[in-house]
Design a protein around this ligand. Structure first.
Ligand code: UDP
Ligand code: MG
Length: 158
């Protein structure tokens, strides 16, 4: 059974504010499976490549400083419509605009220090997963509880 995958990383502010467990717990409880996870120190070069689309924006340099300011936690989450659902759970880009109940809406007010990244399309997820993880760092395992997270009694995963 194969699900959509998305790349999430908890940014340095999430780790410094000791919110790792809190955030992972939300994804876990929603029903996502964790296919890979590791602590990383994002290098300047890596940050510049990851955020290349924002190269010409005025927030690019402060964003690179933010991303290289401490360790991050990268993970691959697996589940139905993982890309969209994770983005919905994150909230808006600006903490201050995010609805209560979302991660940013519950824990962030800043327009920059917004705790986490999530891929914004299936194509971006594919590229970002490859950028962050080697294939052997992703562990396929039997999700024993799958029948309690989805109805798999008929055709497909509902
Ligand atoms: N960012 C910023 N100022 C802005 C917009 C974005 O510092 O005006 C930072 C913020 O940390 C954001 C990241 O740049 O998460 C990437 O921006 P993007 O628009 O891709 O937001 P996201 O996809 O993370 O919601
Ligand atoms: Mg983005």
């Amino acid at each position: 059974m194969s699900f959509e995958r998305t790349l999430v990383f908890l940014k340095p502010d999430a780790l410094k504010r000791r919110l790792m467990g809190e955030i992972i717990s939300r994804f876990e409880k929603r029903g996502f499976f964790v296919a890979g996870m590791k602590m990383i120190c994002i290098t300047e070069d890596f940050a510049r490549r990851h955020y290349a689309a924002h190269r010409d924006r005025d927030f690019y340099e402060p964003l690179v400083r933010y991303m290289t300011g401490g360790p991050s936690l990268a993970m691959v989450l697996e589940g139905k419509n993982a890309v969209r659902v994770v983005r919905d759970m994150m909230g808006e880009t600006f903490g201050v605009d995010s609805k209560p109940g979302t991660i940013r809406g519950d824990y962030a007010l800043s327009n920059r220090y917004n705790l986490l990244h999530g891929s914004d399309s299936v194509q971006a997820a594919r590229e970002e997963i490859q950028r962050f993880f080697r294939p052997d760092e992703l562990v396929p395992y039997t999700q024993e509880d799958i029948q309690w997270n989805y109805d798999i009694s008929g055709k497909g995963v509902v």
